[in-house]
Design a protein around this ligand. Structure first.
Ligand SMILES: O=c1[nH]c(=O)n([C@H]2C[C@H](O)[C@@H](COP(=O)(O)O)O2)cc1CO
Length: 144
């Protein structure tokens, strides 16, 4: 009997307190990523963060401890960085320090540029620039 293949543990990073303007995009990306593995941070795609894991009832210390455990233990981080977020920037800084694989997603239809701290950084060499989520998913498919 063959052993079942281990599902990839995916840490999806996206803005929460930095602003929820891209929520619909996060939802689509998370739904796609769930076909590729277990998305640890699926709460990032919820309309109401209270729905799934009582995010609003957690203390900030609980959130930070849980997310650090997920960040250190995941197989890959997929970060949607179009909407700037202090939390996502912090997670990516740690990812670089612990040499965790990161795939960055950035939309090219906003007239904004991605931070040079990411685009100038050799650790973040896997970058997807996209307009439509379907295109981003096609490119993710080639990487995951
Ligand atoms: O309630 C939360 N839950 C949570 O998982 N995070 C993590 C995951 C996200 O990738 C990132 C978002 O950071 P920020 O809230 O600064 O935009 O931080 C952040 C918050 C709130 O800061």
């Amino acid at each position: 009997m063959s052993t079942p293949e281990k599902k990839a543990r995916i840490y999806f990073a996206g803005s929460i307190r930095g602003g929820r303007e891209d929520l619909e995009i996060y939802k689509e990306l998370i739904t796609y990523l769930q076909t590729k593995g277990t998305v640890l941070t699926e709460h990032i795609g919820l309309d109401d963060l209270d729905d799934l894991n009582k995010e609003k009832k957690r203390t900030d210390v609980d959130i930070w401890e849980r997310d650090m455990e997920w960040l250190y233990s995941c197989d890959v981080i997929v970060a949607e960085v179009t909407r700037p977020s202090l939390g996502v920037g912090y997670e990516l800084g740690i990812a670089e320090k612990i040499r965790k694989r990161v795939i960055l997603l950035f939309r090219d239809d906003t007239g904004k540029q991605c931070s040079a701290m990411l685009t100038g950084n050799a650790h973040f060499k896997e970058r997807i620039t996209y307009t439509k989520v379907a295109t981003a998913c096609e490119q993710l498919d080639a990487l995951l």
